[in-house]
Design a protein around this ligand. Structure first.
Ligand SMILES: [Zn+2]
Length: 176
């Protein structure tokens, strides 16, 4: 796989211990990923990166925020929703004797001479995780007819079903 220039990258060369904040604004298309290219993520994406550097490691917190353009799972009405994602990555400097026990799969070994850390893939992951699994509009009276009943029991829905309602049910199942 060819190495692409990172979209989200922080410089760590010469950083002393401490907490550093970085702000980025990007577009989903910057990530060249089919799932992010879908219409939902069409607005600007704010990315905040907080790096806490110590002598042995860097803990990086990633927060993504964007207004996703979605459609209601029930009535298919278009709606906008602010979505946020949070992700934490541990970077441990590669050195004999460094203790990496207790870290989860998010930890990476980092070359002590590395001048920067590429967070592009992690930000992309954060965005993908922030995508809501269920989307239901809140103040659409036409839609509330359907979620007045007991939630999660499709049997309570009207007996007569038009083909589009059936396809919606299938769609809803897909998201459960
Ligand atoms: Zn709706």
């Amino acid at each position: 796989m060819s190495k692409e220039t990172g979209v989200i990258e922080i410089r760590i060369a010469g950083l002393s211990e401490g907490i550093y904040e970085y702000d980025f604004t990007c577009k989903a298309t910057d990530f060249k990923h089919p799932e992010l290219a879908e219409p939902g993520f069409c607005n600007a994406i704010d990315v905040k990166v907080v790096a806490n550097k110590t002598d042995n490691d860097i803990i990086v917190d990633i927060v993504t925020k964007t207004v996703a353009e979605l459609t209601c799972d029930i009535c298919l009405a278009p709606l906008k929703k602010e979505v946020a994602g949070i992700y934490r990555v541990f970077f441990v400097f590669d050195e004999p004797g460094s203790n990496t026990e207790g870290f989860d799969e998010n930890y990476r070994i980092l070359d002590r001479n590395a001048s920067s850390v590429d967070l592009t893939e992690d930000v992309r992951e954060t965005l993908l995780l922030s995508k809501p699994l269920k989307v239901v509009c809140e103040d659409n009276p036409k839609c509330s007819v359907y979620h007045d009943g007991a939630p999660g029991s499709p049997e309570d829905e009207p007996e007569e079903e038009s083909p589009w309602q059936e396809s919606l049910k299938k769609l809803k199942k897909k998201y459960h």
